[in-house]
Ligand binder design. Structure first.
Ligand SMILES: [Zn+2]
Length: 90
């Protein structure tokens, strides 16, 4: 039977999830983009919102995170706070 070998392709494209973004970040830009003057950085509240409700934050913030280590660290800090609420509270 010719044609029986045709399989539907499953494209593996999905939006970058928090986890993947975090992992990518740890590998690539946790240290590579020092930005001591925090130029062009969104306020911490925006980074917190990104950890809290990613859909409510403009994509430009994510783009900024990908090239700014301090913001990325702040963001991952908020993200960990979110997940570790049952753990240590100080
Ligand atoms: Zn920044």
């Amino acid at each position: 039977m010719p044609g029986a070998r045709i399989k539907p392709k499953k494209p593996k494209t999905k939006p970058l999830a928090d986890q993947e973004f975090l992992r990518l970040g740890k590998e690539h830009f946790a240290e590579d983009f020092p930005n001591p003057t925090r130029q062009g950085c969104p306020p911490d509240s925006t980074l917190k919102l990104l950890a809290d409700k990613p859909t409510e934050v403009e994509e430009s913030v994510l783009t900024h995170l990908s090239s700014c280590s301090p913001c990325y660290r702040t963001y991952s800090h908020f993200l960990q706070q979110q997940k570790g609420k049952t753990q240590s509270q100080s």
